[in-house]
Design a protein around this ligand. Structure first.
Ligand SMILES: C[S@@+](CC[C@H](N)C(=O)[O-])C[C@H]1O[C@@H](n2cnc3c(N)ncnc32)[C@H](O)[C@@H]1O
Length: 205
């Protein structure tokens, strides 16, 4: 497990970090009995499908940056990135039951680099260097709701499924910037959009 983890983040993982990830996985599975956090079908594949899938995003942004994870749900990818040691990360999620769970994880794992915000990202203020969002909204919608919070030199790191190319084409009608679709290390059909300098196109006429 640790080998795969080191592989996807392209760096070493300490025993302490591995142990915290295992604790988080156990908390998530326990909480999944109370609220629907991950699908029943994906429970057996928790590590590859959710944890490694989240962990791979670490290599695509600077650890020292201020990170924002929109629509974290049970902490994917935000809590995984926090455990792996990004300097500061805000997890914004409107559903109170989910943020209560996230706060319990922060306490149990003694994490001091995480801020949990209950609410929609549209209500959030602040500025961030890296924004992630997994299975939350279309690219176009994510740029719409996240752009006001992004720094000028900031970077979007957005895991996307098979629809990545189509979604990007659609988003580029309204948004311009530098866009790169990277392969996912955990799903051959999925892509991760890494984007920077994203700004709204000037309206014609
Ligand atoms: C399908 S879940 C995905 C959760 C998690 N990112 C994952 O990969 O498992 C989408 C999450 O986005 C949250 N969400 C939806 N609209 C949002 C918004 N405007 N601001 C913040 N979170 C939002 C939902 O409450 C939900 O928890």
């Amino acid at each position: 497990m640790i080998g795969e983890l080191q592989d996807v983040i392209a760096g070493p993982v300490s025993r302490e970090t591995e142990s915290k990830l295992k604790q988080y996985a156990a908390l998530l599975l326990e909480e999944n009995e109370r609220q629907n956090l991950i699908s029943r079908a994906s429970v057996d594949a928790l590590w590859p499908r959710h944890l490694l899938d989240s962990a791979q995003l670490l290599a695509l942004g600077r650890r020292e940056a201020r990170w924002l994870d929109i629509g974290s749900g049970p902490g994917l990818p935000g809590m995984v990135l926090a455990i792996l040691g990004v300097s500061r990360i805000t997890l914004v999620e409107p559903r109170r039951l989910r943020t209560d769970f996230l706060s319990r994880c922060v306490e149990k794992l003694s994490l001091d680099n995480v801020e949990i915000v209950t609410g929609k990202v549209e209500q959030l203020s602040g500025s961030f260097d890296v924004i992630t969002a997994r299975a939350v909204a279309s690219l176009e919608r994510l740029f719409e709701i996240g752009a006001p919070l992004m720094t000028r030199a900031g970077r979007w790191v957005l895991p996307k499924g098979r629809s990545a190319v189509k979604e990007l084409e659609q988003a580029q009608r309204t948004w311009q910037g530098t866009f790169e679709l990277m392969p996912s290390r955990t799903d051959p059909d999925a892509r991760i959009l890494v984007a920077s300098g994203v700004r709204r196109r000037a309206r014609r006429g």
